[in-house]
Design a protein around this ligand. Sequence first.
Ligand SMILES: [Zn+2]
Length: 300
Amino acid sequence: MPFPPFSKTFTYNGSQVKLHGFSTGKVRMRKRFRDARFSGFLAKLHVLLNTEMTEWMPIWTWLIEHPAGNFLVDTGEISVICQPNYFDGLSWFDAWVNKTLFEFEVRRKDEIDVLLEKAGFSTDAIDKVLMTHLHMDHADGLCHFPKSEILVNRAEWEKPFGALPKTKDGSWNPTFVDLNENFGPFKAKRLAEGLWLVDTPGHTFGHCSVVLETEEGLVFLAGDASYNQDQLENNVFSAGVADLSAAKKSYEDIKKLAKEKPLVYLPSHDAEVINRLRAKEYLGQSIELVRNGMDVKTGS
Ligand SMILES: [Zn+2]
C-alpha cells in the first residue's frame, strides 16, 4: 500500500484525542492543473496542451477519536470512479475534461468502510462526517455512512463548484453549518472542545478546513485548500480554483495562524503528511527551528 494508514495521539485539556489517517486509493492529475503557471484562461489552455501528469498522490480521510464522539473528515473516493460510465450524465465536454485531467486508482479494498473496519471501527461508530467540500474524491464515500450526521458548510452546498451530479443525488442529507464564530483569522464554527470547522475558500466557494487544538499545537486538516504544503509555501495555485483571490486570502490566513501558534499542515493529497506529523514539522517560522534540530515550544 503506497499510503498506509497511520495514527497519532494528542492531548488537549487533559483528554486524549486520536487522529487516524486513511488514504482511499490514489490519484494523479495533469501537472499544470495542480501547479498552474498562469491564471485564468491561459492556465486552462496550458493544462490542455501540456499532458505531463503529477506523481501519484494520496486521498486522505481523517478519523478524529474525540471525547465528544468519532468525527470523520471527508469520506474519500470509491472504486466506481474507475468505471468508464462514472461520468455519464455530465456533458460530453465535462466528462472528457474529468477523464483527461485526472486518473484514479481505487479498489474496493481501498474504500473508507474497509479501511475503518481493518482499524477496528464500524462505519456505524462514526457519529459525524465533516465535509471540507463536495468534490467527488471527498464525497463519494458518503454512501458508506447512512447513519452518520453529515455536516456541510451551507455556503458550499448552496454554491458547489465542480461537484458532480452524483454528489447531490439525494442519497444523503446534510446538516448545514453556518460559520458564525471566529477562530484566528477565520470565520468558524466550534464543533466540540478544541475542534473547529474554519472557512478556507478558493478551491471551492465554500471550502472548509478542520482544526484540532492540541497541547502540541494546531493540527490543520486542510482538505484541498492547497494540494500539498509546497503549494502553500510557494504560493502556487491550481488552474482549477473557483476563486483565485479567495484562495490567496486563505493561504495568507493559514500562514497568519501558523505564526500565532505551532501548526502542522495536512492537506488531503499530500504524501508527506505522515512524516510531518511524526517529526512535528510545523508550518512557517517554526519549521526552520525543527529542521535545525531545535525544540519548538508548543502552545495551546
Ligand atoms: Zn477538491
